[in-house]
Design a protein around this ligand. Structure first.
Ligand SMILES: Cc1ncc(COP(=O)(O)O)c(C=O)c1O
Length: 377
């Protein structure tokens, strides 16, 4: 088979279809003379409210600030605990640590997300919230998590940094809990040309507080009700996001089609994270569980295909986690799965024939090493 080069990400290709419109966006913002909290941000917030059917959408500087502001909106701070997953990008845990609280990392289920069955045992008198992540855009079992949260009177924050556009039974992720956060980092499905984020909020008092909290705590130009950070979505990023948002639903469907091909082609060869019933993932990337991971990565790299691992280290195992982070339980599933996870290309530059080509390579690899595969699967 002839080899070809397939990178995991290609940001030049991602933005290529929008270049002409981006120049118009820049001209429009320049001509407006408003660069912070103007019409572009308002329009983007309105569109997000409409598409997610939520009461409030508050544009902020990035997905990490979004999480920090949500925790602060719930008045979470020192001596408080927040239950979260052990498998996520580190910002999930660091945002909890950065408000002075402790991230209590619990095990994952077969969707690679927070396992609802492990939550109750981790609740202590210090527990103040549950922070659930929809890893790679596959929704967590929020139905169960919301039931547990309401039984214990705990608010839920949904970290949808990787999951904008994912749904469960037609409802957007980020709208199940009290607050939801989204990142528009360039590597996210809907990524701007820099940093950006948004918070989805249901309650009027949260919306009002967050609108002030992203803007120093200002009530108006001259009055300030409380000290807060400066974390606003810029007009220029909002303008770019407004342009791309229109095409976003098609992009999610395209990724779902690629995931279907991977699943069909690799049935019985690798395993896939469980997608909860009724859930439609947005697939920020497509994850698999594989044996002989390092050898597979090397084999595919030799054929020109780049794979990634999201993430090679559990959050509580990071060096930084000595502060304000602890585990609950053995994390048996997490520790097993962190050795098997792999992410395969599915970004904008990847075609259906690329996916078939990658699947062929994976099948070739296991055809050469059948004994070990059969023993460990
Ligand atoms: C799960 C998760 N949470 C939070 C963040 C933080 O988002 P940002 O990079 O926009 O600060 C990320 C970004 O990678 C993420 O993947």
């Amino acid at each position: 088979m002839k080899t070809k080069k397939i990178t995991f990400i290609d940001l030049v290709s991602k933005y290529k279809p929008f270049v002409e419109q981006f120049h118009k966006d820049l001209d429009r913002v320049l001509a407006s003379g408003t660069f912070i909290l103007g019409q572009e941000v308002l329009r983007f917030e309105e569109s997000i409210k409409h598409s997610t059917k939520t009461a409030g959408a508050i544009g902020v500087g990035n997905g990490t600030d979004a999480l920090i502001l949500c925790l602060k909106a719930m008045n979470i701070g020192p001596r408080d605990e927040v239950i979260t997953t052990s498998m996520s990008y580190l910002a999930t845990a660091s945002s909890i640590a950065l408000v002075g609280a402790t991230a209590v990392c619990v095990d994952i289920d077969n969707s690679l997300n927070l396992d609802p069955d492990k939550i109750e045992a981790a609740i202590t008198p210090q527990t103040r919230a549950i922070l659930v992540v929809h890893l790679s855009g596959i929704p967590a079992d929020v139905d169960q998590i919301m039931k547990i949260a309401s039984r214990h009177g705990l608010p839920v924050i949904e970290d949808c940094a990787q999951a904008f556009g994912a749904e469960i039974s037609g409802q957007a992720v980020g709208t199940f809990g009290r607050l939801g956060t989204i990142s528009f980092h360039p590597l996210k499905n809907l990524g701007t040309l820099g940093d950006g984020g948004i918070i989805l909020a249901q309650r009027e008092e949260d919306i009002r507080w967050l609108e002030q909290a992203r803007n120093h705590g200002h009530k108006n130009r001259d009055e300030c009700d409380f000290w807060s950070i400066n974390s606003r979505l810029d007009e220029l990023h909002a303008a770019f996001l407004n342009t791309m948002l229109e095409y976003y639903p098609e992009e999610v469907k395209r990724r779902q089609r690629l995931a279907d091909i991977y699943k069909l082609e690799l049935k019985g060869v690798v395993k896939f994270p469980l997608v909860p019933p009724g859930a439609k993932p947005s697939f920020n990337w497509i994850m698999m569980l594989v044996d002989q991971r390092e050898e597979l990565v090397k084999f595919l790299a030799e054929q020109g295909t780049e794979l990634k691992i999201h993430y090679p280290c559990l959050m509580p195992d990071l060096k930084s986690a000595v502060k304000n982070c602890r585990v609950h339980g053995s994390l048996k599933n997490s520790r097993n799965m962190v050795k098997k996870i792999i992410s395969v290309p599915a970004a904008e530059h990847i075609s259906e024939s690329d996916v078939r080509y990658i699947c062929e390579q994976i099948k070739n690899f296991y055809a050469k090493t059948p004994l070990i595969l059969n023993n460990t699967h």
